[in-house]
Every structure is written in C-alpha cells, then in structure tokens.
Write a protein that binds this ligand. Structure first.
Ligand code: HAS
Ligand code: CU
Length: 550
C-alpha cells in the first residue's frame, strides 16, 4: 500500500525556493513598470532618462505575464509533486535545475534587449514589429527551460504510476501532469512561429513575414497560456483550500474531469483573439467561438465546487439560512482571504471573457483598454492572489520557518490593498474601453480630440488604482521576506492537501489514459486549425517587412 507523503523533500525544496526568488524579483520589477505606465497614461507624468512607453510596457508584460508566472508554476508544480507523489530522483531534479538555469539565461537575454531598446514589441511581439534576434532567442530559451523542468515533473509522475500500479494517482500530481501535457501541445505553436518565422526574418535571411500565420500560431499557444497560468491556481482551490478550511473537497472526480476538459478545449480556441483579423474565414472563427464556450464549462464546474466547499464548511460551523455560511468563513486567515478575493474577481473576470468571446460583442471591445481590464481581473487577480496565498504556506513549509502572525497580517493587508487597487484600476479600464479608449497606446489626450476628453477621468482613476497596487506589491515583497526569514520551528508548517467526499471511490480509469487524452486533444486541434492554417499557406498572403516604430 502506498504511504502518503507529507512533506516536500528537502533537496526539492531548494529547487522550489530558487524558482520562488525569481517570482519575487520579477514582481518587483514588473510592478514598478506598471505603476509608471498608469502615471504616463494619466497625462500627468513623463518618463525620465529617455525610457520609452512601449519599452516599459514590454518589460511589464514579459516580466509579469511570462517570467513571473513561469517560475512560479514550475516551482509550485515541483513542490506539489514532491509533496503528494514523493521526492524527485536525481535525474528528475537535475532536469528541474537545468530548466531553471535555461529559463534564467533566456530571461536575461530578453531583458537586456528590452533594456537597450532593441525589443519594444510588447509581450505578444506581433509582427511586423521587429525586435533584435536575441530577444526571440531569449524567449525561446525561457520556453525550452519550462520544457526541461516539466519533463522532470512528468517523469516523476509516471514513475509514481509505475510504482503504484492500479491505484488512484494523487490529485495534485495528476493536475500537474495535465497542465504540463497541455503546455507541451500548445507551445508547439509559439515555438514554430519563433523558429521558422521570427528568427529567420529578424536576422535577415528572409525579407518578409506572413503576419496572419504568425498571429495564428501565437494565439494557438496564447490562449492555452492563460490556462497554464490559471490551472495552478485551480490546484490550490480544489486541493488545498478545503484543507485550510478544515473540511473536505467536493469531488475528486469532478476536479479531474474539469482538468481534462481544460486539456481538450484550451488549445483549439486561439482564434477568439483574432475575431476581427482578416484572412480567416468566418466559419472557422465561429467554430472556435463555440469551442471557447466549451472551455467555460470547467470554470463553471470549479465555481460550483467552491460554493459547495464553502457552504459545507459553514453548515458544519452551524450556519443556517441562505447566506449565513458566508459570515462563518475564516476571515482572519490570509491564505483563505487572498484566495477568496481572487475568486470574487473571477466572477466579473469570467463574465468579461464570455463577452469577449461572443463574436459580435468582440467588435466593440477588441483593441480597447477593456481587454486590459479583463486580463487584470483574471491573471492579475484570481491567479496572482492565489499564487500569493500559496507562498504563505509553501515558503514556510520548505524553509522550516513559521507562518508568523506578522506574515499573516501582511497577507491580509496585501489582499485588501490589492482588491482596492485592482478594483479601481480595472473598473476604470472597462468603462474607458466601452467608450472607445484604445489599448497599447501611450497617448492620453490624442492631441485634444474631443472623444478622448471623456477618457481622462478614467485614466486618472487607473493611476490611482495603479498606485494602490504598487503599495500592495511592496507589501507582497515584505511578506515574502518575512516568510523566508521568520523564526525557525521544529514543527514544519503544513503544505495542506485536502481529502474529498468521494475519496474512497475507486479510480476512474480513462482520465489516466494518456494516449486517449492526447488523441482527443490532437483531434480537436486538427479540426479547429487544419483548414485555416492551410489557407494561410495557399492564399498568397503578402509578406510584411519588419518595422521598428519606437
Ligand atoms: Fe481572457 C483576452 C476570452 C479567461 C487572460 N484574456 C485575454 C487576454 C488575456 C486573457 C491576458 O474570447 C489578452 C491577450 C492580449 O494581450 O491580447 N478569457 C476568455 C474566456 C475566458 C477567459 C471565454 N482570460 C481568461 C483567464 C485569463 C485570461 C482565466 C488569465 C488567467 N479573453 C477572452 C477573449 C479575449 C481574451 C475572447 C480576446 C479579446 C480581444 O478581442 O482581444 C473564460 O475562461 C472565463 C471562464 C470563467 C468563468 C468564471 C468562473 C468563476 C469562478 C469564481 C467562483 C467564485 C467563488 C466565490 C466560488 C466563467 C470559478 C464567489 C463568492 C461569492 C459570494 C460571489
Ligand atoms: Cu483567449
């Protein structure tokens, strides 16, 4: 019989901690860039030292959306595996370290290019904007690094399965394996466009680039990317939260099914980012919109499960009536409050996503700052706040420090300050976007154009929200430092992992049939993408020369 593991192995802990240092560092740099951006957009501030707005915006996007998240995800997944499947062996751990260093080198290469103003192309690096080739190579290395680290993780997962034939895999380990498989399949898109289009074009081996194709390959990756960020947060929601509350998760089977649905439907939907792009037939846009609505289902399942957990918890505490359980929730535990506030943000965040995905409504909001509001209340709130909550239990657990009261209090302050700042900033972005204010733009007054006048108030509100967010980031850094330096304890703090109401049910076999999962994933991708991509090769789309507009 398999003995459950209770702790992250100490050698694995070092690897996890190394990844987490990058998270804190990236947060500080990226957060500072964000603050400056909102100040520039308010029209009241100019950047010093000849720093360009788009240069800063590239730094902000790359360092937060790509670097911070990737290091967190790798660190967290390694910890989750080591905690629930058992220690990595030397080979698996070595892959984790090599991955870490390759990501580090890649990040530094990209950062140097951004700093020297050779790559102000934003985090989506749309052609025909053309960056220095080293920027593209740097980003490639970042992705390759994640592949290596994820390979070590997958090896650990399959070793567990071999050693424990026929048993139900630990839920957290299973979830990391699903997230990694999705990652392998989706990164093929970005890897192909960077290797076969951007790199040859930016060194000058070819003169022009097929923009439609490059954007399509990017979004084939780019939408799944948002779930790559989200799923580790969902791991915490499903598998950790109930334990923090001292109750049981709703359903292990439902959780696995939700993750499988994410695997199937995260990738064949990227064209919902290109609904107003030319060169793609309406039919294929429509099909991918339908598939996008499929990928909403596992999030609705997640919401349902969370309500079930909260309500069960409250009822056990003696709550009666319809919403009495709400008062009984542990409002003094920062791990809970951070996650709960994140969930609250995801209600409008998810609704906004459904609006974006609806073809006609996308015409109204596409390329407006509404979209920026949308992604700040998805990746910028539910995801990041859950990452912070994870830091609160993970860092003490791996370093042997106590979660002391100060760290907990900093966590609570962080949650409320973040909520205030993000609430103000993202609401302003949504409203300004509905009034037509564009995104990816340094201008605030547009040469005194009357239409821009009504945007100004919102832009000032963005700066106010951005300032609160910056304060919140300082609190997050303090919390991080407190967590790794506090008093040591002999009783290692727990990495909470929940049991489920259906814990003792026999395992569902097909969810662990990886060949089947892969075939269905690939099948959906082929249906959604074969014709549109073929047309991009056969319809003689004119190529574009590179531009450096900054
Ligand atoms: Fe999105 C654009 C559609 C989710 C991130 N999205 C973006 C971009 C980013 C991003 C970064 O269809 C901009 C990319 C760029 O730079 O151009 N998005 C969706 C849809 C969903 C969605 C349908 N997005 C996310 C998540 C992200 C993210 C998650 C990051 C992590 N998005 C789009 C579309 C665009 C887009 C278009 C392109 C727009 C354009 O024109 O450019 C769905 O997955 C959302 C489903 C989620 C829900 C919410 C469920 C609620 C839960 C919380 C429960 C709360 C509880 C507590 C239990 C249906 C799980 C509550 C307690 C109480 C008391 C109330
Ligand atoms: Cu998307």
């Amino acid at each position: 019989m398999f003995a459950p593991h209770t702790k992250v192995d100490s050698k694995d802990s070092k690897l996890v901690l190394a990844n987490m240092f990058w998270v804190a560092f990236a947060l500080l740099i990226g957060g500072s860039a964000g603050l400056l951006q909102t100040l520039v957009r308010s029209g009241q501030f100019e950047l010093p030292f000849g720093i360009g707005y788009y240069q800063l915006l590239t730094l902000h996007g790359v360092i937060l959306a790509l670097v911070m998240t990737f290091f967190f995800i790798m660190g967290f997944q390694i910890a989750a595996l080591s905690r629930t499947a058992g220690p990595l062996n030397n080979k698996e751990r070595r892959l984790g370290w090599i991955g870490f260093w390759v990501m580090t080198v890649g990040t530094l290469m990209a950062a140097v290019m951004i700093a020297t103003n050779e790559a102000s192309v934003l985090y989506t690096f749309y052609a025909p904007l053309q960056a220095h080739v080293i920027f593209y190579i740097g980003l490639t290395l970042v992705i390759v690094g994640t592949w290596l680290s994820a390979l070590g993780q997958m090896m650990r997962y399959f070793r567990w399965r071999k050693e424990n034939k026929g048993q139900k895999t630990p839920l957290l380990s299973y979830m990391t394996a699903v997230n990694n498989l999705m990652w392998y399949v989706c990164t093929i898109g970005v890897a192909s466009t960077v290797l076969f289009q951007f790199i040859p074009w930016s060194v000058g081996w070819v003169e022009t680039i097929n923009i439609t194709l490059s954007r399509t390959l990017f979004w084939y990756f780019g939408h799944a990317l948002v779930y790559f960020w989200l799923l580790p947060a969902y791991m915490v929601w499903y598998a950790v939260m109930p334990k923090i509350l001292g109750t049981k998760g709703f359903s292990d089977k439902l959780a696995r099914l939700a993750f499988v649905l994410f695997l199937f439907f995260s990738i064949p939907v990227g064209i919902h980012h290109q609904l107003v792009d030319p060169g793609i037939d309406a039919f294929w846009k429509g099909l991918q919109v339908v598939l996008t609505f499929m990928v909403i289902i596992p999030s609705l399942m997640t919401a349902f499960s969370m309500f079930a957990v909260f309500e069960t918890y409250g009822r056990n505490k003696g709550a009666t009536g319809l919403l009495d359980w709400f008062k009984k929730l542990p409002w003094s535990d920062a791990r809970f409050v951070l996650v709960f506030i994140g969930m609250l943000f995801f209600v409008p965040g998810g609704l906004g996503g459904i609006i974006n995905a609806s073809g006609q409504m996308n015409q109204l909001v596409h390329n407006t700052i509404w979209i920026v509001g949308h992604f700040h209340i998805t990746v910028g709130a539910p995801v990041v706040l859950t990452y912070f909550a994870a830091m609160l239990f993970l860092l003490p657990h791996i370093t042997g420090h106590k979660i002391d009261r100060i760290a907990n209090r900093l966590g609570l302050m962080l949650a409320y300050t973040w909520a205030l700042g993000m609430g103000i900033m993202s609401a302003a972005m949504h409203f300004a976007g509905l009034r037509g204010a564009p995104r990816r733009s340094t201008f605030s007054e547009y040469g005194g154009a009357p239409v821009a006048e009504e945007w100004i108030t919102y832009q000032v509100m963005q700066a106010v929200g951005g300032s609160f967010l910056f304060i919140a980031i300082i609190i997050a850094i303090l919390m991080f430092l407190k967590l790794i330096t506090g008093p040591k304890t002999d009783e290692i703090e727990e990495f909470p992992v929940a049991e489920f109401l259906d814990q003792n049910d026999s395992p569902v076999r097909w969810v662990d049939n990886w060949r089947l999962l892969f075939i269905i994933t690939a099948f959906l991708v082929l249906i959604a993408y074969t014709v549109p991509i073929t047309q991009m090769f056969t319809e003689n789309i004119p190529g574009a020369k590179g531009f450096k507009l900054w």
